[in-house]
Ligand binder design. Structure first.
Ligand code: XMP
Length: 511
């Protein structure tokens, strides 16, 4: 399996993963690696092209990341974006200056010279700028290719050396022809063939897994989420009944989820899938607990214990399959940041299970690629398109103590919200949307009676990577319908509010 590869060097900008995703979407395999990769490592990667991402620094900062000038002599095409473009100019003898004021937002740019990157892009179009510094003088051999009103060298390059710098962000959707520009770089400058497709990936992975696992026994924790579902399906395709999956039903899932998991994977695919019914144990362990972090820890620990008990019944296995995806790999390579919330994944499993090796068939994929692999494998849309749900699930969408009654309330409200969002055709546009049961009670009137019941909060956000998020501008009609239905159909709910806070300062989940 030898794909052409593009190297995306990470200089710390906020859109870095997005650049890598765009490249993959264009049918070219790429990896996002730290910008301090050595020249030897870059050569060993043997990329057909290198992209420098943006970053928060100025090239004049003492601690600003640099690049060895030797990279430009490898004969490999380079595209620098924003800081990456400034770095190219600075390193090769051009001049970067601080602009009087930052430029942020949509700008019109126009090509001043036709070049490989301008192919099939109108002479004038809109781009997305976000910078303070800009390139004033170009290194020798470079020329201006496109300008905006306030930035002469919005795109510059040296066709002979195949080195280009772009001041705006082609990777964001607001740059009208940004994707085309990236495509031009990949296909017309780097000579990409477009050999990265999810169909190929699925076939190759199944063969690879079969060769690696042989007649070994594999265990997989199935969470009901997309990643573990697709990972398990790939392994199942490869080794059939030698895979055993365990689904821990902690009783905190969204409406109908456990039933659906069993229906699709056990009945539909004939997977060897064990459901551990542990709802009572989780509720018991959560009794009286109101602190969000405590809830998270209790659920995380008990999840591992229940899984361990099931795994022990199966006996020794050779492999543990996990649904780790590429953003997890990238994130875990980064320095430690402050603990905002303890995330519960199945991270603790390797410590308690006796196995020889871990298999992570999705390690190289972004979420949207995982979804496409799922569809290739014939998984139903509602599993593949399922929005992310935190491991502790509804327990952290109930403020205060978790009880059976509250679970029912939030589960029903959540199901209604999801139905209405789907009915309005908005599912694809919103990153996550769910209901929260607050710990506030308010007075209401239903029929001729006074009620004193719970406030349900609706949360819906748009996001690219869940690191930052904005509240989704859902049409009022959809909110209205959801509110009317919740207050009519859900017990113990007499008021609905909509959360209009971005992240930061809030987080996506309420706990
Ligand atoms: P926050 O609430 O921190 O969430 O803005 C960011 C994203 O992470 C999800 N999330 C979790 N995912 N285990 C997970 O696998 C967890 O414990 C967990 N807690 C939050 C959250 O739904 C959002 O997508």
């Amino acid at each position: 399996m030898l794909h052409q590869k593009v190297l995306v060097l990470d200089f710390g900008g906020q859109y870095n993963q997005l650049i890598a995703r765009r490249v993959r979407d264009l049918g070219v395999y790429c990896e996002l690696l730290p910008c301090d990769l050595s020249l030897e490592q870059i050569k060993a990667f043997s990329p057909i092209g290198i992209i420098f991402t943006g970053g928060p620094n100025s090239v004049y900062d003492e601690a600003a990341p640099r690049i060895s000038p030797a990279v430009f002599s490898l004969g490999v095409p380079v595209l620098g974006i924003c800081y990456g473009a400034q770095l190219i100019a600075h390193t090769l003898g051009g001049k970067v200056v601080h602009a009087n004021k930052s430029e942020y937002g949509k700008r019109e740019f126009s090509f001043v010279k036709q070049n490989p990157l301008s192919s099939n892009i109108p002479e004038r179009s809109v781009c997305w700028m976000s910078h303070t510094d800009l390139v004033q003088d170009l290194p020798s051999g470079f020329e201006t290719l496109a300008s905006t009103q306030s930035c002469e060298n919005a795109l510059f390059g040296c066709e002979e050396k195949k080195i280009y710098g772009v001041q705006f962000h082609p990777e964001v959707v607001h740059s009208e022809y940004g994707n085309k520009l990236l495509e031009n770089f990949l296909y017309l400058v780097c000579g990409a063939k477009g050999d990265w497709t999810m169909k190929n990936f699925a076939q190759e992975q199944v063969e690879k897994l079969r060769a690696r696992i042989g007649s070994g026994k594999v265990l997989c924790a199935m969470s009901g989420g997309v990643d573990s579902a697709v990972a398990a399906t790939l392994v199942h395709r490869a080794v059939g009944e030698n895979l055993t999956c365990v689904f821990v039903d902690h009783g905190l899932h969204r409406k109908d989820e456990p039933e659906e998991v069993m229906r699709v994977f056990k009945e539909g695919m004939g997977m060897n899938l064990i459901k551990a019914d542990a709802g009572e144990r989780f509720l018991g362990a959560l009794r009286g607990v109101t602190d969000p972090e405590k809830k998270r820890h209790i659920i995380g620990d008990l999840f591992i214990r229940v899984f361990e008990e099931e795994a022990k019944k199966i006996g020794k296995v050779d492999f543990l399959a996990q649904g780790t995806i590429y953003p997890d790999v990238i994130e875990s390579g980064k320095g430690k940041s402050a603990v905002i919330k303890s995330h519960h994944n199945v991270g603790g499993l390797p410590d308690v299970i006796d196995f020889k090796e871990i298999v992570e068939p999705l390690r190289d994929l972004f979420k949207d690629e995982v979804r496409r692999v799922g569809l290739e494998l014939g998984l139903p849309e509602n599993i593949v398109r399922r929005q992310p749900c935190p491991g502790p699930a509804l327990a952290i969408r109930i403020m205060g103590e978790v009880t059976r009654e509250k679970l029912e309330t939030v589960r029903d409200a959540d199901a209604i919200f999801r139905e209405e969002i789907a009915r309005a055709g908005l599912s694809e546009d919103i990153w996550q949307y769910f209901a929260v049961l607050t710990d506030s009670k308010t007075v209401g009137v239903q029929g001729d009676f006074r009620t004193y019941e719970n406030v349900i909060a609706l949360r819906a956000v748009t996001s690219v990577d869940a690191m930052t998020a904005d509240w989704a501008r859902i049409p009022f009609e959809v909110l209205e319908k959801t509110s009317v239905r919740i207050t009519n159909e859900v017990e113990h709910a007499n008021r609905v509010v909509y959360d209009i806070t971005s992240k930061p300062p809030a987080t996506i989940e309420w706990e």
